[in-house]
Design a protein around this ligand. Structure first.
Ligand code: B4P
Length: 192
């Protein structure tokens, strides 16, 4: 199964991807996690990305594509993947199509998790307290939601127009959201 997870910051992409990875036995590729690992390692790329991420902006398309190509060059992505956090703008959507075409692959579904902004702000405030992530402060969250509306929402529309979009309600207990995703994309793999 090859999945692309879409949704605003705090919609539960990372949370659900971790579960989907176990259930579908395919790797979870989170561009946010890849970037945070670079920041933690203090690599040149990480140093470039650190400030951009902390203020809630998007890191450059060039850096992202380089990271993604590198990750997709690993064998474990051959039989499937869950891509979480990419694409975040139309240029990235085109780059993903090109990358997958060069690998002779296509994704099966783009799943959008929908959650209203009020709940997103609440969730990210909760994570700020629990984990202290640099970009979960109120100002960065506002910026991330703005970036999502301006740059990522058109990607959702693009996939909708191409008949590749599956919309899933992201509100409710984690198990309920997970069940909704599985029923939408792989009912034969539904639990219970
Ligand atoms: P990401 O790491 O992708 O962060 P995110 O959008 O906030 O989502 P995340 O997956 O972490 O959170 P989740 O919704 O699961 O990106 C961070 C930054 O990296 C970006 O702002 C950007 O700067 C950079 N970046 C990443 N990809 C990029 C790209 N392609 N191009 C350019 N820049 C890029 O969860 C959030 C919280 O909600 C958690 O606390 C969770 O416990 C809670 N939650 C989840 N589901 C819930 C539920 N059902 N009910 C209640 N709470 C729930």
């Amino acid at each position: 199964m090859r999945l692309v997870l879409l949704g605003a910051p705090g919609s539960g992409k990372g949370t659900q991807a971790a579960r989907l990875k176990e259930h579908l036995q395919v790797p979870h590729i989170s561009t946010g996690d890849l970037l945070r690992a670079e920041v933690a390692a203090g690599s040149p790329l990480g140093l470039q990305a650190k400030e951009v991420m902390a203020r809630g902006d998007l890191v450059s398309d060039e850096i992202l594509l380089g990271m993604l190509k590198d990750r997709f060059s690993r064998d474990d992505t051959r039989n499937g993947f869950i891509l979480d956090g990419y694409p975040r703008n139309l240029a990235q959507a085109a780059a993903l199509d090109d990358l997958l075409a060069s690998l002779g692959q296509k994704f099966d579904a783009a799943v959008q998790l929908t959650v209203d902004n009020e709940q997103i702000v609440e969730r990210l405030a909760g994570r700020a307290k629990a984990e202290g992530r640099a970009d979960d402060n109120p100002e960065s969250v506002r910026k991330r939601l703005q970036v999502y509306d301006q740059q990522t929402a058109p990607v959702v529309e693009f996939y909708r127009q191409h008949g590749q979009l599956t919309v899933v309600d992201g509100v409710g207990p984690l198990d309920a959201v997970f069940t909704r995703i599985i029923e939408a994309i792989a009912p034969e793999k539904a639990v219970g």
